[in-house]
Design a protein around this ligand. Structure first.
Ligand SMILES: CC(C)(COP(=O)(O)OP(=O)(O)OC[C@H]1O[C@@H](n2cnc3c(N)ncnc32)[C@H](O)[C@@H]1OP(=O)(O)O)[C@@H](O)C(=O)NCCC(=O)NCCS
Length: 161
């Protein structure tokens, strides 16, 4: 399901920004990022768009904002923001299970929204699988609205892409 957020209100993490400083990820964070996705139980594509070389190429690109939050020097939350010039996209939002419900997810989404707004991009979207009830709940909490009338069509070179 595509969820689209109109930028009339932010995810609202002003105090959390202070509690959970957000930094840009670099290619050196790749192993920690994969470990976080594993711990978070987030499906990813290690031989496709989440392969080390692809992430390294994208991470410093003009359309990317890959962000993370650390605790005691360890990556405990991350999100891969991208934009296509019209919309901002939230990808691979993940928080370490030991640090959930601390506002880290909210902080990361708010940081991305601010980043997109600074680029004059005022619509932010993410894809959420129908079964992912937690994600549906949290994005609704953040002000996003579902569009069940929209079907997601893709064309892929391979299933790994
Ligand atoms: C989704 C996820 C990133 C949320 O991260 P988080 O840091 O725990 O989220 P936050 O603490 O910022 O929560 C913000 C709000 O979302 C809601 N929320 C978060 N987790 C929730 C849950 N399990 N059930 C219901 N509501 C929840 C709450 O309203 C919460 O605010 P509150 O704690 O003040 O009540 C995390 O659960 C995760 O990594 N899940 C597995 C990976 C995944 O599904 N990612 C999303 C892909 S689109």
């Amino acid at each position: 399901m595509e969820q689209v957020r109109h930028a009339s209100k932010r995810a609202g993490a002003s105090e959390e920004h202070l509690r959970h400083p957000v930094r840009s990820l670099t290619a050196e964070d790749y192993d920690a990022l994969v470990a976080l996705w594993e711990d978070a139980g987030l499906p990813y594509r290690p031989h496709g768009r989440d392969a080390r070389a692809r992430i390294a190429r994208e991470i410093d690109g003009p359309c990317s904002a890959f962000l993370g939050v650390e605790r005691d020097g360890r990556l405990v939350g991350a999100v891969l923001g991208t934009h296509d010039g019209r919309k901002g996209w939230i990808n691979r939002l993940a928080v370490d299970p030991k640090h959930r419900r601390e506002g880290i997810g909210r902080t990361l989404v708010a940081a991305l929204e601010a980043h997109f707004a600074a680029l004059d991009i005022h619509i932010v979207a993410c894809h959420i699988e129908d079964w992912n009830a937690t994600s549906r709940t949290i994005f609704e909490q953040f002000g996003y609205r579902p569009h069940p009338d929209i079907l997601y069509f893709t064309k892929r070179d391979s299933a790994e892409t």
